[in-house]
Ligand binder design. Structure first.
Ligand code: ZN
Length: 75
């Protein structure tokens, strides 16, 4: 159940990628491009890690952001 929640929040943030045109662009950095990938949003995800209730959701979101950040640094 916990892993499911983490996965779900990771998938939810992926909707952001689907709104972009083109959906996938290997030369584009998602960070600060999509509305859910801005520094303000990232700050919010980190804040979600603090309360126990939202920690798993926050974790899923932060993991997604980290994965995108790695993608960007590999360009
Ligand atoms: Zn992303």
């Amino acid at each position: 159940m916990q892993a499911f929640l983490i996965m779900l929040s990771g998938l939810w943030i992926d909707l952001d990628h689907l709104l972009a045109n083109p959906v996938f662009d290997p030369n584009r950095c998602s960070i600060n491009f999509h509305p859910l990938h801005t520094y303000i949003a990232i700050t919010f995800y980190i804040l979600l890690l603090i309360p126990k209730k939202t920690r798993l959701i926050g974790l899923g979101l932060v993991i997604h952001i980290l994965a995108d950040t790695i993608d960007c640094s590999l360009m």
